[in-house]
Design a protein around this ligand. Structure first.
Ligand code: UD1
Length: 367
């Protein structure tokens, strides 16, 4: 019998750390062949190719080269390009990951061609429909055939929406697999030393949500709060291209760079970035992935958002939601050592890809 062809769809920076462990695990399976599809939503070297190299993933089999655009342009562009690939090289399974525009786009293409679609990282809900990712999550989970969830709260969300329980496989958090696969390289990397930083001697900041960085009304108070915070602890701000554009557009870049102690950096690839994460005293972020990685590593995380689709990082982990008004107070608490130590959620153990492949094999052989 020929091997099952499994498309793994990756599009944007946080997708690569989710696809890589699955790629490696499927590659060693005797019943399946992974086929990597890169939609091209992210294209800067440090947002894409350098991360894939860090994760030891080869060149994608298909590159759709979609690039940036409005939501409709991006979603539509991915659908048109991916439909052509699926018609010419029909896969047995499509795995889409996370919550970016390409996730929903490829899920729609697959289900309309009657190709079974698996959603990896299903069931997360911020319950905030002003967030583009929430729309992508709802659309993808409503149509996917199989839902791979990271934690019990995700199962509960899906069941409450009427999803049949037998579609759900709780497999755990696959990003932790990437971290554990590269732990030695991460610990040996030079990023921290190259910046002259001591472990525990700085705060790491990342921000990219449209709700934070696309308007001066939200970004200016954040810049003020970070400037204030940098008087307590040097700040390393690894900025997404969207954020750098916002800082420039609103005339905030100079004030941030001349602030007490803020280093503004362009995106950093995975291994060096995680080297910065593992040595930081705390993280200030609006990223979903970092809320999870800090919980896994037991590092205090202050999330500059009104809600999170990853509540387990707050209830079990080291994460708290903050506003520009409460940031200074919570930062003081971290510096005073008054912070919860947190626990690792069940199944966040570096073996999620193994469970995913076994779950897929069972479904594939059940036909
Ligand atoms: C996307 C995802 C978001 C995810 C984030 C991770 C959606 C709706 N959003 O947001 O969920 O957390 O990726 O980073 O899919 N740009 C570059 N180089 C690149 C990519 C983007 O310069 O390689 C710039 C472009 O000008 C683009 C802007 O960043 O307009 C935003 O990129 P886009 O892919 O639309 O969304 P993200 O903000 O990256």
């Amino acid at each position: 019998m020929s091997k099952a062809k499994v498309h793994l769809v990756a599009a944007a920076r946080p997708n690569f750390m989710k696809v890589a462990p699955l790629y490696h695990a499927l590659n060693t399976a005797d019943w399946a062949d992974p086929v990597l599809v890169h939609t091209g939503q992210h294209y800067d070297r440090n947002m894409s190719d350098a991360i894939l190299e860090d994760l030891r993933v080869p060149e994608p089999d298909f590159h759709l080269g979609v690039g940036s655009g409005s939501h409709a342009e991006q979603t539509g562009g991915v659908m048109i390009a991916y439909e052509t690939v699926c018609m010419e090289h029909r896969p047995d399974w499509i795995v889409v990951v996370g919550d970016v525009n390409s996730t929903a786009a490829c899920a729609m293409v697959g289900t309309k061609l009657w190709i079974p679609v698996v959603h990896l990282e299903a069931g997360l809900r911020s319950n905030d429909r002003s967030m583009p990712e929430e729309i992508n999550r709802l659309v993808t989970d409503a149509i996917a055939d199989v839902l791979w969830t990271p934690s019990e709260d995700a199962d509960d969300n899906l069941l409450a929406e009427g999803v049949a329980g037998d579609k759900i496989d709780r497999i755990g958090n696959i990003m932790i697999d990437s971290f554990e696969m590269l732990r030695e390289s991460i610990e040996a990397a030079d990023a921290r030393a190259d910046l002259g930083l001591e472990a525990g001697g700085y705060a790491l900041v990342t921000l990219h949500r449209p709700s934070n960085v696309d308007s001066a009304d939200t970004l200016a108070p954040i810049v003020d709060a970070l400037t204030e915070a940098s008087r307590e602890l040097p700040i390393v701000f690894v900025a997404h291209p969207r954020t750098i554009k916002g800082l420039e557009r609103f005339g905030l870049k100079d004030s941030l760079e001349s602030a007490a102690d803020v280093r503004l950096l362009e995106p950093v690839p995975y291994v060096n970035f995680m080297n910065l994460v593992t040595g930081t005293r705390l993280v200030i972020t609006d990223s979903g992935g970092l809320q999870e990685e800090t919980t896994y590593l037991g590092i205090p995380c202050l999330t500059l958002r009104e809600n999170t689709e990853r509540p387990i990082t707050v209830t079990m982990g080291t994460n708290e939601l903050v506003t520009t008004d409460t940031l200074a107070e919570l930062l003081q608490r971290v510096l005073a050592g008054d912070w919860k130590s947190g626990q690792r959620p069940p199944l966040w153990d570096g073996r999620t890809a193994e469970r995913a492949v076994e779950a897929l094999r069972r479904r594939h052989t059940a036909g």
